[in-house]
Design a protein around this ligand. Structure first.
Ligand code: SAH
Ligand code: SF4
Ligand code: F3S
Length: 449
């Protein structure tokens, strides 16, 4: 490998969840040895990858409108005598496959979430003959084996995929179809990747999986994996997402009370507060069982900041069902949350259910839920004022002399301080809590660097 090799320009746009963010980074790792360097402008790029999300209709439609623009860039490049390859990766690729090329013929290749390690070969094939650039098998094992061991690291925090797929089949959701069955990476491979990250300066890892707490690649499950990761020198903070209430076992709850590196922030989606709706969603928990679970988690870790996903306007949701969601929110008191209007996804059981809810009703319920959730988030942030929190400094701030970091509760923290603190965990006195962030100041006078 020579550094003078001509650099081909690679543009990747990522939609959807953190698993896609991880996959995009790994795609860049796969393509780097072929001479591809990242660019943040698609115009004139040699390879454009859209790493897509299929979760809601809007997410899917965005991809096609983006493709329309990329197609024009491809034409401009061709006029200038160049060549642009367009790849669609991720969950839309998995769900729609070759249909994408039919709908947008400018697309050269379609590669599902379990096949992007084959991209170099696919690119070569796509250049030879149109229509061969399709790979959408399910084999996470093969993929992880084929990915380069070394990762290109840019910051002090990193995502680390430990589990993929979903066997839960919530009736509204496409993920079991786009990501395949639940599968866990062997613990050894994860620990090796984490050690590599730590050597490159990563201090915090977020373990990823569509059902991360269903992890069974180590004896003792996710709790055992977390304990092993916590022993790695340099890894001082561990988070994981997304969890299903069903897989939140005693060992994992206990780890929250015992493993100092495990951060007191938990994203634990409930989706709705009405048992009738939860049943129709096939969630396998009731509002009551979820509330009891949260209680047990908070008994192990009293300062646990809870986060959640909600869907409003699921088929059959009446005003009193929605009210039950508001009641549950009031009881848990969330530090942050994401809420969505139910989106009818082709092929899922809920899309064929009677009692589809009017768009206007969904809008109105979403607004009421969001008002309550942002009130809770702001109150949680304001309650930090006056406390001293350990903050991981992630990057220089926008202004000179400013720093950006995160509290244990995942809140962004802004403070003044020198750049050499990036990568350090420092005590910060929180001065003010805002809607979505905190302002603080360094506690002790710092020695010169
Ligand atoms: N595995 C995770 C979440 C995966 S998708 C879990 O089980 O919680 C992320 C979120 O998107 C879901 O939690 C859900 O709130 C939302 N979502 C999924 N399908 C949806 C749909 N059809 N319409 C609206 N929101 C949806
Ligand atoms: Fe989708 Fe449910 Fe699986 Fe989460 S648990 S990915 S919401 S099917
Ligand atoms: Fe979207 Fe696929 Fe993630 S559908 S939310 S990118 S698993």
């Amino acid at each position: 490998m020579t550094s003078s090799a001509p650099v081909k320009r690679l543009y990747i746009k990522t939609y959807g969840c953190q698993m896609n963010v991880y996959d995009s980074e790994r795609m860049a790792d796969v393509l780097r040895p072929l001479g591809y360097g990242m660019t943040d402008d698609p115009e004139g790029a040699d390879l454009v990858v859209l790493n897509t999300c299929h979760i809601r209709e809007k997410a899917t439609e965005k991809v096609y409108s983006e493709l329309g623009q990329i197609k024009r860039m491809k034409a401009r490049k061709a006029e200038a005598g160049g060549q642009m390859t367009i790849a669609v990766a991720g969950c839309v690729a998995q769900a729609e496959g070759a249909e994408i090329i039919k709908r947008q013929p400018a697309v050269d290749l379609v590669v599902g979430p379990q096949a992007y390690h084959q991209m170099p070969e696919l690119i070569a094939r796509a250049h030879r003959a149109k229509g061969e650039g399709l790979a959408a098998e399910f084999s996470p094992e093969e993929k992880f084996d084929a990915l380069p061991e070394a990762r290109h690291v840019t910051g002090v925090t990193a995502f680390l995929t430990v589990q993929e797929g979903c066997d839960k089949f919530c009736t509204f959701c496409v993920v079991p179809y786009t990501r395949g069955a639940e599968w866990s990476r062997p613990a050894e491979a994860i620990l090796a990747e984490a050690r590599g990250l730590a050597e490159k300066g990563v201090r915090e890892v977020t373990l990823l999986g569509q059902n991360v707490n269903a992890y069974d690649g180590a004896e003792g499950g996710l709790a055992a994996l977390v304990r092993a990761l916590a022993k790695i020198d340099g890894i001082d903070r561990i988070r994981y997402t997304t969890s299903h209430p069903r897989d939140m076992d005693e060992a994992l709850i206990a780890a929250h009370g015992e493993v100092e590196e495990l951060m007191p922030y938990l994203h634990l989606p409930v989706q709705a507060g009405s048992d009738k709706i939860l049943k129709a969603m096939n969630r396998d928990h009731t509002a009551e069982s979820y509330l009891r679970l949260v209680e047990r988690i908070r008994a192990a870790r009293p300062d646990m900041a809870m986060s959640c996903d909600f869907i409003v306007g699921f088929p059959g949701e009446r005003e009193k069902d929605f009210q039950a969601t508001l009641d549950l929110v009031a009881e848990v008191n969330y530090a942050s949350a994401f809420s969505f209007k139910y989106s009818r996804r082709p092929g899922t059981p809920a899309s064929a259910m009677p009692g589809q809810v009017d768009e206007a009703v969904k809008e109105e319920r979403l607004a009421r839920l969001n008002a309550l959730l942002s009130q809770q988030q702001q109150a949680f942030n304001e309650a930090q004022a006056g406390k001293v929190l350990p903050v991981l400094i992630e990057k220089p701030g926008r202004r000179e002399g400013q720093l950006g970091g995160r509290s244990p509760y995942l809140q962004p923290v802004h403070l003044d301080g020198p750049d050499h603190l990036v990568g350090e965990i420092v005590p910060v006195r929180i001065v003010t809590g805002h809607k979505g962030s905190l302002t603080g100041e360094l506690v002790q006078a710092l020695e010169p660097a």
